[in-house]
Design a protein. Sequence first.
Length: 122
Amino acid sequence: MRQKILLVDGDQTISETVNAMLKGAGHETRIETSGGDGLEAFSRNPRAFNLIILDVGLPDISGLLLAEKLLKVRSDIPIVLLSGEEGQTQSKARNSGINFFGSKPLSMTDLAETVQRALTGA
């Protein structure tokens, strides 16, 4: 089933790579390169998206802070947090309500599995 995914990552190369993988899996994506733009796009129509993928290291705001703001707009939206760090970042993210993670450097196979789990609630 085709899902609409908001991808927020300040790295153009990563955005394009993830976008290609998502489109190849049959999903529709909207790419934003800053947290402010991502929040604005989501806030305009929160029900338009089935999933959000965001980078922890955005140029204008922490990905964790952005996730908290997004969850205040719509508390049931699944979020996949991309990070080069494990441990403390994931612990903080779980406390904020994020349960899905992708590690950088990205493995497209792992990310595809994580996206599928997030979309199905597994």
